[in-house]
Structures are given as structure tokens and as C-alpha cells.
Design a protein around this ligand. Structure first.
Ligand code: PGA
Length: 252
């Protein structure tokens, strides 16, 4: 059985005091999660230290939502891998569609970040996914193939133990529209096939592939029941304990 990972992407929400209070309330649900499940929250950079403090000694892991591809130096506004590691961060989300669309991040740039994060010992959640226009014009597989292949360029089979792929169809993010469990499962199965081709069957079989895009307490069970769906990357519903706790405990 593959491992499972439920991650909450807070985006630009939660000031430090809110994040701290939220994290403390989530510990109970995270402690009751299944043995093969990892629970991750991704606060904004400034909120990370307060959350790390609050989750100390609990099973909750903390992710950053982005990271520089550079080690240090004159890069105003950027945050390095060493800074994240020193703060206690163990995961980083890279290539989120909002970074791709709003800040012009392309596959080559994302790949530099992926390789650097892995070199530094961070776990990576690499986001991929098509726009509605790409899906409707029949380019779903081509887009996923490119994003996965380019995003994982020069990543070794052994480094893949620290990689999660999040399939997030852009049209389902924050819109209330979820891919059907069958559509998501077939995209996940395609992604697994691409990983098998570029790395190995073994790597592909062990890879956690999360679904993201309007995951809620009422659809998480059907998504998680699918063969190739091993977790969720949750935006809006990760902002209240009322919604996120039942997602974390989808197995109950
Ligand atoms: P959503 O966001 O759950 O609000 O659709 C998901 C994401 O962008 O990671």
C-alpha cells in the first residue's frame, strides 16, 4: 500500500497569531490520522515560525509555498532553502499553478528549484495541471507529460523518495469545480506512467500523487478511494479546522 499525504496550502492567508492557533487545534486530528498518512500545512513564510513552534512534538509537518533557486545573496524578496531548513521546514510546494500563471514561473525554473530543494534535503510537492482551454483542446496528456518530464529533469530515482506530485487541474482550483474522481484517477494514472517511463516502474509505484482543486470534506472520500489518488493538496478548505480536520481524517 502506498503512503498518503494530506497537505493544506494556506496561500496568502493566516497572520502568525492565526496560524499558531489553527495549528494547535489541528494536532488532535493529525494525531488520529492513519499510520501511513503524513499531514502537512503550508503557511506563508512569515507565519512559518509560529506554526513550527505550535506543532512541535506533533506529527504535523510544515511546508513552504515557494523557495528561491539560489543559495544566498542579492535576491531581494526571496527565501532560501537554508532559511527554511533552519526554521524547521521539511517540505516545499513548487510549481503551483498560481506561481506559474501569476509570476511567470516556467518548467525550467521550477526544475532548478526542485533539484536544489532535493539536494538540500527538503521534500518537494511538485504541482502540475492543465488549464480548461488545454483540456478542452485535447492537450491534457501533452501538458502533463511536459510538466512532469521537465519538472523532474535530472532528478534521480533515489531522490524520488522525497518527491510528491500534486495533480491540480487549474480550472478546479478555488472554483468549487472538482474533477470527477474518475477523471482525476485517469490523469493520475497517466502521470504515474510518465514517471515509470522517465525513471522506473518501482519509483512510479511508490510515488504519492495528490489531487488538488476544490477538495472538501464531502468529496475527499470518493477521491481517496481511487487507485491512483494518494492524497490531497487542499487550498480553501484547509483554512478552517472544521473543514480540514475531516479531510485529514478521511479514513474515519
Ligand atoms: P482549492 O486550492 O482547494 O482552494 O481549490 C487548491 C490549491 O490551489 O492547492
Amino acid at each position: 500500500m502506498r503512503n498518503v499525504c494530506i497537505a493544506g496550502n494556506w496561500k496568502m492567508n493566516m497572520i502568525p497569531s492565526e496560524g499558531k492557533a489553527f495549528a494547535a487545534q489541528l494536532i488532535d486530528a493529525a494525531s488520529k490520522a492513519a499510520e501511513n498518512e503524513t499531514v502537512v500545512v503550508a503557511p506563508p513564510f512569515i507565519t512559518i515560525p509560529a506554526v513550527i513552534e505550535a506543532v512541535k512534538g506533533s506529527p504535523i509537518k510544515v511546508a513552504a509555498q515557494n523557495m528561491s533557486d539560489q543559495a544566498s545573496g542579492a535576491f531581494t524578496g526571496e527565501v532560501s532553502a537554508d532559511m527554511l531548513l533552519d526554521a524547521g521546514v521539511t517540505y516545499v510546494i513548487l510549481g503551483h499553478s498560481e506561481r506559474r500563471a501569476l509570476y511567470g514561473e516556467d518548467d525550467a525554473f521550477i526544475n532548478r528549484k526542485v533539484r536544489y530543494a532535493l539536494e538540500k534535503g527538503l521534500n518537494v510537492i511538485l504541482c502540475v495541471g492543465e488549464t480548461l482551454e488545454e483540456r478542452e483542446s485535447g492537450r491534457l496528456e501533452q501538458v502533463l507529460q511536459t510538466q512532469v518530464t521537465e519538472g523532474l529533469k535530472d532528478v534521480s530515482a533515489s531522490q524520488m523518495a522525497d518527491v510528491i506530485i500534486a495533480y491540480e487541474p487549474v480550472w478546479a482550483i478555488g472554483t468549487g469545480k472538482t474533477a470527477t474522481a474518475d477523471d482525476a484517477n485517469s490523469a493520475h494514472s497517466f502521470i504515474r506512467g510518465v514517471v515509470a517511463d522517465i525513471l522506473s516502474e518501482d519509483v512510479a509505484n511508490n510515488l504519492i500523487i495528490q489531487y488538488g482543486g476544490s477538495v472538501k470534506p464531502n468529496n475527499v472520500k470518493s477521491l481517496m478511494s481511487m487507485e491512483h489518488i494518494d492524497g490531497a493538496l487542499v487550498g480553501g478548505a484547509s483554512l478552517t479546522v472544521e473543514q480540514f480536520a475531516p479531510i485529514v481524517q478521511f479514513n474515519d
